[in-house]
Write a protein that binds this ligand. Sequence first.
Ligand SMILES: [Ca+2]
Ligand SMILES: [Ca+2]
Ligand SMILES: [Ca+2]
Length: 160
Amino acid sequence: VIYAECFGCVTSFLIFSVFCLMYLTEKMCPAGWVNFNNTCYLLSTESDSWDKGRQDCRDRGADLVVIDSYKEEEFLCKFIIKQDTWIGLNDRDNEGNWKWIDGAPLILAYWMRGQPDSGNGNPQWGEEDCAHLQAHMKTDQNWNDVRCDASKQWICEKVP
Ligand SMILES: [Ca+2]
Ligand SMILES: [Ca+2]
Ligand SMILES: [Ca+2]
C-alpha cells in the first residue's frame, strides 16, 4: 500500500514538473531575443527600409515595436538601440496623423524638438512618413520622422 501511494505521489510530481516546464518554455523568448516585461524584443543586425524591416519582423511572428509606456521607451533606449532604429509608427495614410501599426493612435510621444517636420518642406529630405528612434539623444526626446525608404535597423516586438 505504501509503495502504491508513493508511486502515485511520484507520478503526480512528474506530471506537475512537465506542466511547469511547458509553461516556462512558452513564456520564454526565442534565442537572441531580449525579454522585458513579459515581452520579447529583437534588434535587427541589418539595415533596410521601414517596410523591409516590418516584413522581417512579421516573418519572425512579431511586428515592429509599438511603444506603449515610458518604461518601454526607457528600456529600448538603454538596452536595445545603438544606432537609428525604426519603430512601428507612421503617418503614411494621412499626413500628420501618426498611427501605430496595431492601429492605436499616438498618445504618448517622445519626439525630438522640432519633430515631426516631414522634411520641413526641403526637397532634399522628401516626404517623411516613418518614425525612428535616434541614438544618443534624451530618452524622452528621441523620435524623428524620415523617408520610409531610408535605411535603418529595426526593433521587432512579440509576446511569447
Ligand atoms: Ca510595446
Ligand atoms: Ca509625414
Ligand atoms: Ca524629420
